[in-house]
Design a protein around this ligand. Structure first.
Ligand code: ZN
Length: 416
């Protein structure tokens, strides 16, 4: 099975541990000397960077949370001067302060290799044509496919948010061999294909590269069986790199996590205590090479387990189970992350609504598809004319669209 960087991806785990320990020293020192937030955290915990000699000592470092990133907006978490940063990116849909993540040229170069590792690992070569049907405006990782495909010489068609009919036309005419999208959009294309009576065998597609939202095994089986392609899962964290933290190989036996760049831990989300391999808990990541935006023990809120046995593909990198659950109330709709806090924040700006509201995500074959929000409204509003109520619904829809980037159905109700 193809491996882009065999020296790393099949490295003896003891040698890998040494490499991680070495890199950890550097990242801890840089974080401590260049990021006030980390210096404060260390000082408060009575820790010095010298106390952290190996990964075994990592447990002594307090966690970093999304709230920390928000509180240090905009540049408080940066470990390099802005002149060394060549990209700034901010995930949509967060509540409170936004967060801004910076990347140096080297950070971007590493990221590019990580996604290329995933691509090579599932058999993508210079002969392939990758149709990227992610929303380039809202899913920040979409552009990553372009740059990583260049690295292995594959051609990219940034089809973005073109409707399913157009995607199918491109797929047929360009003879695309790979589709990169959210699994829900792939299901939608498949549905249109079946409705139009298009035989999947008349297309050249053989690989699906799906991610940015949870998708259970039955959805994978449904896509693979009905389309006759192999569907692979990719994983990323919007505060680090997304995609590019981990990806499946041809064995489809978990996602290889790129441990030369991220050190993974699994913790009990309630007690914060580390759990060993094979136990399910919250994934915590420490960046080992990130220059601009190092994160120490970052709580991802994603629930998974790590398996350390070697994989049938020959890689020795740990495999994480596919993420289907979160330890926080965030939901993902069509690849967009939505925090309840953000919805609450938007609704609070409208008089006569709330505080109660209910989100309903319509499910299609286990997929998040359509977001509907029932908003508690005052008696005056419910008794007002239909025009007035429609105007309010419209205004809320627009505000939510701006805030979270999604079209949302809004309903006004007495009590939710
Ligand atoms: Zn493998």
């Amino acid at each position: 099975m193809p491996i882009l960087n065999p020296a790393i991806e099949t490295m003896d785990r003891r040698a890998l541990l040494e490499l991680q320990n070495e890199r950890l020293q550097i990242v801890i020192n840089q974080a401590y000397s260049n990021v006030d937030f980390y210096r404060r955290k260390f000082d408060e915990a009575g820790l010095s960077p010298d106390d952290i000699k190996t990964l075994k000592d990592l447990e002594r470092i307090p966690f970093t949370t999304r709230r920390d990133l928000m509180e240090n907006y905009p540049y408080g978490m940066f470990a390099v001067p802005l002149r060394d940063v060549v990209r700034l990116q901010f995930p949509l849909g967060l509540y409170g302060n936004p967060i801004v993540i910076g990347y140096t040229p080297k950070d971007l170069e590493i990221w590019r290799e990580l996604v290329a590792r995933i691509m090579a690992g599932i058999g993508i070569t210079e002969h392939d044509i990758i149709q990227v049907a992610f929303n380039y405006g809202l899913f920040l990782g979409a552009i990553r496919f372009n740059q990583s495909a260049e690295l292995i010489g594959a051609a990219v068609v940034p089809a973005s948010i073109a409707p399913a009919e157009v995607q199918l036309r491109i797929m047929k005419d360009f003879r695309s061999t790979v589709l990169a999208s959210t699994p829900s959009f792939a299901l939608h294309i498949l549905e249109v294909m079946q409705k139009k009576g298009i035989d999947p065998r008349t297309l050249s597609l053989k690989i699906g590269l799906f991610g940015a939202e949870p998708w259970p095994e039955e959805v994978r089986r449904f896509i693979e069986d009905n389309w006759g392609i192999k569907a692979y899962d990719i994983y990323g964290v919007m505060e680090l790199v997304e995609p590019g933290v981990a990806g499946e190989c041809m064995a489809q036996a978990g996602l290889h996590i790129f441990e030369d760049h991220f050190f993974p831990e699994i913790i009990d989300p309630d007690s914060g205590k580390p759990l060993g391999p094979d136990r399910q808990g919250e994934l915590v990541l420490t960046t080992l090479t990130t220059a601009a935006y190092p994160l120490l023990r970052y709580r991802t809120s994603d629930v998974t387990a790590l398996h350390l046995e070697p994989c049938a593909c020959g890689r020795t990198l740990a495999r994480m189970e596919r993420v289907l659950k979160r330890s926080d109330p965030m939901i993902t709709v069509r690849g967009i992350n939505v925090f309840p806090e953000k919805i609450r924040e938007v609704l609070a700006s409208f008089e006569g609504t709330g505080p109660g509201y209910k989100t309903l995500v319509s499910q299609k074959k286990g997929m998040n598809d359509q977001l509907k929000i029932e908003v508690e409204a005052s008696v005056q509003i419910l008794r007002a004319t239909e025009e007035r109520r429609e105007a309010l619904r419209d205004a809320i829809r627009l505000a939510l669209r701006r805030a979270i980037g999604l079209r949302v159905e809004v309903e006004l109700t007495k009590r939710v």
